[in-house]
Design a protein around this ligand. Sequence first.
Ligand code: SF4
Ligand code: SF4
Length: 138
Amino acid sequence: MPASEGHPPISSVQSLCVIMSIQNPCLSCGACCGYFRVSFYWAEAESGGGTVPDDLTSKVNNHLCCMKGTESQPARCVALMGDIGSQTRCTIYEKRSSPCREFETHEVDGSVNEACNRARAHYGLPPLNPLLPGEQVA
Ligand code: SF4
Ligand code: SF4
């Protein structure tokens, strides 16, 4: 159909697809910070030149340390404030380690991170759904 008839060409229609932001479920969750051992290379701690405050870490072995509170079950990171499943906050957000930065609710293709749903299930929280085309987590 030619554009001159008053209808935009298909390529223009596709570019009109709106990105819909859904509310970030992490704001009322925090389950992963109270479920997994959060371990990382020791040099991510301040004493190794990194950012994570030393006094919030525990040694795992000669190569790894972890966030205090996550070395045993039941786990709960000492840097986590608030009530899991209600309202939580990471008190070292800007200084958090690489596993904390890399753990996402969804994969790049929009599928759910199953580890996220496992942590949520542990606290009786409903599973997250895959993102629909055009959706992104705010
Ligand atoms: S378990 Fe999932 S939804 Fe909950 S805080 Fe972690 S990444 Fe966010
Ligand atoms: S450092 Fe922050 S993001 Fe990482 S486990 Fe602890 S509370 Fe969660």
